[in-house]
Design a protein around this ligand. Structure first.
Ligand code: SF4
Length: 210
């Protein structure tokens, strides 16, 4: 991909938190980068769907929702293993059309995504990749996280990369499917399996409908 800034314009088809996960065996930590917008429109001279990463201050200023029309300039992501989006370093962003979409109270939820602090407070459960792709790509509670795994703490250059999907939404969501448990590779061929209790502990402070 080119390193020049490209102009873009199009309609927002999804907006989700943009969060990176670092794993080291049974330990994990998150970096809250901002928000990921999937846009159906034109980037450079190509018409297609593409994704762009924005920071939390841009989101707080514009409160983007699905259906808004936006324009701006952005740059192709250099390390695609560490970003859930195709483009970032957005400038000149504008909302050129307001969404007229009526929101209902059914999943997937399409309103204005909350603050990153609220995502952090809510906590997440693992989400089946297939369910994410078929039902959750437009939901504000879905999240596709780039994951960096430090396989060996004694040799931190040994890293692996992958993507995992998570749900920050209501525990009662009828579309939710956990999918298989996740395994994290460690030293000397060991592996840590993240069992259901991790998700239960992370989201146990919420009621079923929250
Ligand atoms: S499972 Fe989660 S991400 Fe998917 S629709 Fe329900 S709340 Fe949204």
């Amino acid at each position: 991909m080119s390193e020049e800034k490209l102009l873009f314009e199009g309609k927002v088809v999804s907006i989700q938190p943009r969060i990176r996960l670092m794993r080291s065996f049974d330990e994990r930590s998150h970096s809250y980068l901002g928000y990921a917008l999937w846009v159906n429109g034109v980037i450079g001279s190509t018409a297609r769907e593409f994704s762009i990463g924005i920071g939390k201050s841009i989101h707080a200023k514009y409160n983007f929702v699905v259906g808004d029309k936006i324009s701006g300039a952005c740059m192709a992501v250099v390390d695609v293993r560490q970003e859930p989006v195709d483009y970032y370093k957005v400038s000149k962003i504008k909302k050129i059309g307001q969404s007229m979409k009526e929101l209902d109270n059914n999943p997937p939820w399409l309103g204005i995504p909350p603050s990153l602090e609220e995502y952090r407070h809510r906590g997440h459960r693992r989400l089946s990749s297939r369910t994410y792709e078929t039902s959750c790509r437009t939901c504000i509670w879905g999240c596709k996280m780039p994951v960096e795994i430090i396989v060996d703490n004694w040799n931190p250059s040994r890293r692996q990369y992958r993507f995992e999907k998570f749900c920050y939404g209501p525990i009662s969501c009828k579309l939710y499917k956990a999918g298989a448990t996740r395994k994290v590779p460690g030293r000397n061929g060991m592996s840590y399996e993240e069992l259901d209790w991790v998700d239960e502990e992370e989201t146990g402070h919420r009621s079923l409908e929250e």
